[in-house]
Design a protein around this ligand. Structure first.
Ligand code: ASP
Ligand code: MG
Length: 595
């Protein structure tokens, strides 16, 4: 007998007919002999409606009362679902978050789950009942009702699946799976059969929009297989698990984040701890930063560029105008008309030429790249907002993401991703007992690669095709380029920094010299670069992590020259001489979170 968790989002329970249809999905599993736990959202747009009511009364309603209010949406659905199931002749019982012991911290509207007690649910399941749990809610230590943030029912579902060691977690929604990109913008977009946790994490926060990213962090941490499927049709959906769809494909999807703003702090003194101050001030103001490009400096000064969501631009302006004097920077600059295109794929980690292919696709339609940032499985390019859709389509086409799997590819797929038996239940049990807070950051590894070299090209004319030309030349030598950072500098001149394996430095510098002749720019290198990488789940949704990383390095007097940050990977370039100290300090700082 298997245990299945089924989650139904708002559109899937929008009226009583839909509630009945959802109930039938649970019954189907029950009749197949499985135990079923349903997690439901508020009906239709009920949560929005409740928010509007509160706003009619107050511009800034009290946070505790908001959670009290919003949690009622889900409470309505669980009761109706239980009534529906009983009317169809099945035993069912509904539970609020408090009744099944979903303990959270006390951060109203963004609470994090600390623990779940499964006794009561297990008892009901053993009595043959279908259990219906309210999504999105929990209680803190003082029994106040808390909510997990918009879209939080996904997280409830995956968390229950983890705590109950369910065989599968089915997420029923109004789309029929995860697509290679947004099909409303790019009609050629294709539904993928499978996607790996890491790919989904990198895509989710970038507007793929299918699932709450915290739920994927959870799923990965506890090895929960998540099946996204349509409530309204019987398609195959998409399985989110440990493996990618195509083993060797460099890219599995492209995401567009339309409403980005670029901030550049110009002329920042290049000293340990300065980058940290910028991020800590922004983190204090609860502004999440995204692409970060700190170019190594030419004259003891560096420019730090980052992107943030346009909603936060106003707040960021206030923070930064104060900060510039405090840290002794020269000035700052905002560009509010930019968008970010990101390609993601597990396969790119060990292939050459992926970045270059993306840059080419953009160049061929005449699009200028303002900023580039890469992490191990993601390459992001910042472009003008007006170019965003064109850029998305060009990139999607370039990586042939619309192509269906061939029969050979389907046969070659390993069975692991679909077989719950292959999940290491012991490991997940160990992990559960190890974590006091279920949603704490988990650091998987802290690595030092001490054999890198950094190359920087300064003052390149910023025009379409620049990055494509540079990396074309570098790629001719089949050199694996690791981190790439491009930022706009002063006077519309761009700087490009990248890292390579140290033993390739001589040949790359030859190419760099030629590029300098062509572009009238200058090149500089550091043959003693080392890369420090922190990998894990929950890195980005815990805004303070990057800050802790920089603080730790700064306190150890380790100067950081290049930074790259993504959902699940934070990497910095430091001097080789400081590599080991840096790694040891980070290991100490994150010892509690390391599994
Ligand atoms: N009802 C909540 C919302 O609309 C939670 C959820 O649906 O996941 O955000
Ligand atoms: Mg949702």
């Amino acid at each position: 007998m298997a245990l299945i968790v089924q989650k139904f989002g708002g559109t899937s329970v929008a009226d009583t007919q839909k509630i009945l249809a959802a109930a039938r999905k649970a019954i189907r599993e029950r009749r197949a002999g499985n135990q079923v736990v349903m997690v439901v959202s508020a009906m239709g747009k009920q949560t929005d409606h409740l928010i509007e009511l509160a706003k009619e009364l107050s511009e800034r309603p009290n946070n505790r009362e908001m959670d009290m209010l919003l949690s009622t949406g889900e409470q309505v659905t669980i009761a109706l679902m239980a009534i529906a199931l009983e009317s169809l002749g099945y035993k069912a019982v509904s539970f609020t978050g408090a009744q099944i012991g979903i303990r959270t911290d006390a951060t109203y509207s963004k609470a994090r789950i600390r623990s779940i007690s499964t006794d009561r649910m297990k008892r009901a399941l053993d009595e043959g009942k279908i259990v219906i749990a309210a999504g999105f809610q929990g209680i803190d230590d003082d029994f106040n009702i808390t909510t997990l943030g918009r879209g939080g029912s996904d997280t409830t579902a995956v968390a229950l699946a983890a705590a109950l060691q369910a065989d599968r977690c089915d997420i029923y929604t109004d789309v029929d799976g995860v697509y290679t990109t947004d099909p409303r913008i790019v009609p050629e977009a294709r539904r993928v059969d499978r996607i790996s946790y890491d790919e989904m994490l990198e895509l989710a926060s970038m507007g793929a929009g299918v699932m709450h990213s915290r739920s994927i962090e959870f799923a990965k941490k506890f090895g929960v297989l998540v099946h996204v499927r349509s409530s309204f049709s019987d398609g195959d959906g998409t399985l989110i698990g440990p493996l990618p769809e195509r083993e060797h494909a460099p890219v599995c999807g492209v995401a567009l984040a339309k409403d980005e703003t670029r901030l550049t702090v110009v002329g920042v003194p290049d000293k340990p701890g300065v980058a940290m101050q910028i991020f800590s001030k922004l983190a204090d103001a609860r502004i999440a930063t995204d692409m970060i490009a700190q170019n190594s400096s030419a004259d003891g000064k560096t420019d730090v560029s980052l992107t943030l969501q346009s909603d936060d631009a106003y707040k960021a302006r206030e923070v930064v105008s104060q900060l510039v004097d405090e840290i002794g920077a020269e000035s700052f600059e905002f560009d509010e008309n930019v968008a970010k295109i990101s390609v993601v794929g597990l396969g790119m980690a060990n292939q050459t030429g992926v970045a270059q292919q993306m840059f080419h696709a953009l160049f061929e339609c005449g699009i200028n790249i303002h900023m580039i940032a890469t992490s191990d499985i993601k390459i992001s390019a910042l472009v003008s907002r007006d170019d965003a859709v064109k850029a998305l389509r060009a990139t999607h086409a370039s990586f042939k993401l619309d192509q269906e799997l061939t029969p050979e590819e389907i046969n070659a797929r390993s069975a692991v991703a679909t077989s719950p038996a292959s999940l290491d239940k012991c490991a997940s049990a160990r992990l559960i007992s190890h974590l006091t807070g279920m949603e704490d950051v988990v650091v998987e590894s802290i690595d030092l690669d001490a054999a890198q070299a950094r190359v920087t090209l300064y003052a390149l004319p910023d025009s379409p095709g620049l990055a494509a030309k540079v990396f074309d030349r570098v790629a001719e030598g089949h050199i694996i380029v690791d981190m790439i950072v491009q930022s706009v500098g002063r006077d519309n001149l761009a700087n490009i920094t990248f890292t390579i394996p140290r033993d390739e430095l001589d040949s790359v510098m030859k190419v760099a010299q030629e590029l300098c002749d062509t572009f009238h720019c200058s090149a500089e290198y550091d043959s003693r670069a080392a890369k420090l990488t922190v990998r894990g789940a929950g890195l980005r949704s815990h805004t303070g992590l990057a800050y802790r990383m920089f603080r730790t390095l700064g306190e150890g007097n380790v100067n950081v020259s290049v930074i790259s940050l993504s959902e699940r990977c934070a990497a910095v370039i430091v001097d080789e001489a400081h590599g080991e100290t840096g790694r040891d300090n980070l290991a100490k700082e994150f010892s509690e979170e390391t599994f």
